[in-house]
Design a protein around this ligand. Structure first.
Ligand code: 0X9
Ligand code: ZN
Length: 299
């Protein structure tokens, strides 16, 4: 079991997913799909009843180290899919690939050294770390990323320099029927879709806007929390080399960045009270169900 009353170190999350695999071997398998720069295992769960013809959704948490609500909500999603029999249909109809912590080096560093660390832990010449969410092969190096090592949005020395980003891309390329991608961030209550690097509308912008609005309404119905759906470059700022745009580029039709809520009264939005984990997770859940149902129905 895992608790939702505190934030957990990487090893606790790994222990939890290993236990799940042991308890539910028919619907869960855990795989190491690579190693981080500092040698930590990159771990994903495959959740589903095993129909190879089903559509697949990839979800990841914690590309950005300091966004602690991300692995917490992602763990909640894992628990709901695996341990709540009421959600059985979602795992019969969809093959889920879930990475709770894509940047474990950075995540651990936020516990041991610097709470507000964002990037990976690649050793640099002047400054360490790459923004893994500027390192993907989607308009890499275009406006919306930095060439400066010391920047929080450093794009890296070359495309896919970060083993964490590359390993996720390899998994995606090996996945059949990949219809959805959700990357869990904080903060700001956004449901963002492509593009991040241009204000040109993406081909299925109307569908993504409509579905984003439906997800937002489903979330709002729980506790009255307002999320706004829209294209990144228009709503937020230019961001190049993001995972979300890369999944769009490779042809995944329903690719979103979820920006979960900020912590309030902590002095910094990334610092969110552990008491917020459950309400934020519980209100996100019907948004995810809305997303999954649409994905199945259009497939
Ligand atoms: O800037 C980012 O990487 C994301 N925001 S965060 O505050 N979590 O760092 C937003 C990325 C959105 N990217 C695309 N929609 N392409
Ligand atoms: Zn982020």
């Amino acid at each position: 079991r895992i608790t939702f009353t505190e934030f957990h170190r990487y090893n606790v999350i790994l222990d939890y997913v290993d236990q799940l695999q042991q308890s539910y071997p028919d619907i869960v398998s855990v795989e190491e799909f690579g190693r981080s720069t500092e040698g930590r295992p990159l771990v994903l769960l495959r959740i589903g009843t095993g129909n190879a013809n089903n559509p697949t959704i990839i979800m990841d948490g914690t590309i950005h180290a300091r966004e602690w609500i991300s692995p917490a909500v992602t763990s909640y999603v894992i628990q709901e899919l695996v341990e709540n029999p009421a959600n059985r249909q979602l795992i019969e109809d969809i093959n889920w690939i879930i990475v709770p912590v894509l940047n474990p080096d950075g995540y651990e560093y936020t516990f041991t050294d610097q709470r507000l660390w964002r990037k990976t832990r690649r050793i640099g010449i002047v400054c360490n770390g790459v923004d893994a969410n500027r390192n993907f092969d989607a308009a890499w190096g275009a406006p919306g990323a930095s060439t400066s090592e010391c920047s929080e949005t450093f794009m890296g020395p070359y495309v896919f320099s970060e083993p964490e980003a590359l390993a996720l891309a390899v998994v995606a390329e090996q996945t059949a029927n990949l219809e959805g991608y959700l990357t869990m961030h904080s903060y700001g209550n956004w449901l963002l879709f492509s593009w991040g690097f241009t204000e040109e509308p993406v081909e299925n912008a109307a569908e993504l806007q409509q579905l984003g609005n439906a997800m937002s309404n489903a979330i709002y119905a729980v506790n009255g929390t307002r999320y706004t759906a829209g294209p990144t470059a228009e709503l937020l700022y230019y961001a190049s080399g993001t995972s979300q745009d890369w999944f769009t580029v490779i042809g995944v039709p329903l690719s979103y960045t979820v920006e979960l809520p900020a912590g309030v009264g902590t002095g910094n939005g990334f610092i969110i009270q552990p008491e917020r984990i459950l309400p934020v997770s519980q209100e996100f859940w019907p948004g995810l169900v809305t997303y999954a149902n649409h994905l199945v129905q259009r497939y």
